[in-house]
Design a protein around this ligand. Structure first.
Ligand SMILES: [Zn+2]
Length: 268
């Protein structure tokens, strides 16, 4: 019986050109990575027929965002959680319909698939993630920790448990073309505020508004709208944001002073 295993190697007896043989003898990548590569290619092929276009897939182990995609000319780029590697055909069909048309029904089927497979989503506690991030909330002019605490008391009954910090100063030459003033990571529960806001000319109520906005991202998670698209600012979010005490004033300040923020030099 032991002889039988040998037969499986029969393919190797085919003669290869020398160069190809040399390539074959290169050490193989570690087994799990190699397997993921193979499965990823299989998945690309399965989706290519359904999308009738070229597909490039990146596999990740994210804890929150399970899939993202974008079109680059004739190519679809997808970033997918590894649970999709072994997805059955009906799920791939839903994925293709969702990518191609933003189909709402397909979106629901995907949600159900993700729900069924959530055991495969890595668990990382927010505390673990925060530990890895260096938090720097104090600033020279605006103490984000205090601002956060006061807003938390005033608007949220101190129920929001998130960390806050100034983000690293992104390196840019000359004036910026746009500025992302704040962000919220649902994975680590960390609010990041752009360091350009830490200037004496930036009024406190403006910084408060940006922090308030990011706190609302903690309250209202992004969800898929009726059209199947991801909606990061659902109507109830927008409605809630208008309750901020200096909402109009902060908006007006932004309109007048955006240029000042775009030109801010950070770290000097
Ligand atoms: Zn937002």
């Amino acid at each position: 019986m032991a002889r039988q295993t040998k037969q499986k190697n029969i393919v190797r007896k085919r003669s290869y050109p020398a160069a190809r043989l040399a390539r074959q003898q290169q050490p193989l990548a570690p087994e799990p990575n190699r397997l993921v590569k193979v499965w990823r290619r299989v998945l690309e092929r399965r989706l290519r027929t359904r999308l009738r276009a070229k597909v490039a897939i990146e596999i990740h182990d994210n804890t929150h965002t399970m899939l993202t995609f974008q079109r680059q000319r004739a190519l679809w780029r997808l970033r997918l959680h590894h649970m999709f590697l072994a997805a059955p055909d009906d799920v791939l069909q839903a994925l293709a319909e969702f990518v191609r048309e933003g189909d709402a029904e397909a979106s629901l089927r995907l949600d159900r698939f993700i729900e069924r497979n959530k055991a495969y989503i890595r668990r990382v506690s927010p505390a673990q993630m925060r530990k890895r991030l260096r938090l720097d909330p104090v600033g020279r002019h605006h103490d984000l920790g205090r601002i956060f605490e006061r807003l938390n008391e005033r608007y949220f009954e101190s129920r929001i448990s998130a960390a806050i910090t100034y983000g690293p100063a992104p390196r840019v030459k000359g004036p910026r073309k746009s500025i992302k003033m704040g962000s919220y990571s649902a994975d680590s529960k960390v609010i990041r505020i752009h360091p350009a806001l830490d200037q004496p000319v930036v009024p406190r109520y403006f910084v408060e508004w940006i922090v308030f906005h990011e706190m609302l991202h903690h309250v209202y998670r992004a969800r898929r709208g009726e059209d199947g698209r991801r909606c990061v600012h659902p109507p109830e979010f927008m409605e809630h944001e208008r309750r901020f005490h200096d909402f109009k004033r902060a908006q007006a300040w932004e309109l007048e002073n955006l240029d000042l923020l775009l030109r801010a030099r950070i770290g000097d």
